[in-house]
Design a protein around this ligand. Structure first.
Ligand SMILES: [Zn+2]
Length: 323
């Protein structure tokens, strides 16, 4: 059991920001602070920023620290506590993040992929609470996927993180850096929606999208959702297309895993209300061979704090293991 009046520190590392929070062993967020990590400046700049941030959070919380947890954009080498991410953290290749923090703070330090951390957080204190199995799908700049079963993160071979956001949806779709054409991320992530919008505006000068300044170069997914809210038919078509691709992704997930709950989050899903009816209606047809209708599909409750809660929970699990 976790001693009373102690804290867990959750750290959420993204490409631009790092966020740290003090979380009670029961899952209450006591204090939170963000800092700019400026990932492009590399770990020599970023690591001291993270350590300073953790110092600040610990000082503000004013209680002894049980353990630290880090959620970071992958790929990671969890066995050696390293970040290996030249994609969204340029310069962060084989960077040992666990040892310096363990040395500095003298407590166990857990390292998790950010999608896993977010799912763990949501299962602990958010929309996944109380469910035996939960899949979390994050649709934003990319598409993240994680599975939590009985409070434990599902891991792949050698402890690697499976990338369910890259399941194949449409082989005639756009090329993705994962090597496939038409994977889920290449069709529904923010940049994918923006690319479809840039294509659509070429043949539809009457569209809402044609009135965005510096169109088509500056078109973003949010313009598509804004246009759909204003009744623009081209934007509505793009939103429906996104919903249909999300449905295909969800059907694959339900067919393979049939979890108790699916929790949705991420920037694109802030416009879930525009897609919800279409998605739920389509999923009703899946009821034939699996009871898909029983799966609780809902939005995240912890939102952008999910990774922080999950990093804290990972810290707690590690501390209990090492105790
Ligand atoms: Zn892909």
């Amino acid at each position: 059991m976790t001693p009373e009046n102690t804290i867990l520190i959750g750290i959420d590392i993204g490409g631009t920001n790092v966020r740290a929070g003090a979380v009670s062993p029961q899952g209450d967020l006591l204090f939170r602070e963000d800092a700019l990590i400026e990932a492009a400046r590399g770990p020599d700049y970023g690591l001291p920023v993270i350590i300073d941030l953790v110092d600040t959070v610990i000082a503000q919380a004013g209680q002894p620290v049980l353990a630290l947890g880090i959620g970071s954009t992958g790929p990671l080498d969890r066995e050696h506590g390293c970040i290996q991410n030249p994609y969204t953290l340029p310069g962060w290749e084989n960077v040992d993040i666990v040892s310096p923090l363990r040395q500095r703070f003298g407590v166990p330090v857990a390292l998790e992929n950010d999608a896993d951390a977010a799912a763990l957080g949501e299962a602990w204190v958010g929309a996944g609470r109380g469910f035996g199995s939960m899949v979390m799908v994050t649709i934003g700049t990319g598409v993240g996927f994680a599975l939590i079963k009985d409070g434990v993160i599902h891991r792949g071979i050698g402890g690697e993180h499976p990338e369910g956001g890259h399941i194949l949806i449409d082989p005639s779709g756009p090329a993705c850096y994962c090597g496939a054409n038409g994977c889920l991320e290449s069709l529904v992530a923010g940049p994918a929606i923006a690319a479809f919008a840039r294509e659509a505006v070429k043949s539809h000068p009457e569209s809402f999208l044609a009135r965005i300044p510096d169109t088509p170069e500056k078109l973003e997914a949010k313009h598509v959702f804004d246009g759909a809210r204003q009744g623009d038919s081209i934007c509505i078509g793009l939103v429906d297309q996104t919903a249909d691709y999300i449905v295909r992704g969800l059907i694959s997930i339900l067919m393979m895993i049939l979890p108790d709950a699916v929790v949705l989050t991420g920037g694109v899903l802030r416009s879930f209300d525009l897609m919800e009816e279409r998605i739920r209606a389509a999923l009703e047809h899946v009821n034939v061979i699996i009871p898909a209708g029983k799966v609780h599909i809902q939005l995240s409750k912890t939102g952008q704090q999910a990774g922080l809660f999950g990093a804290a929970r990972a810290a707690q699990l590690l501390q209990e293991k090492e105790a």
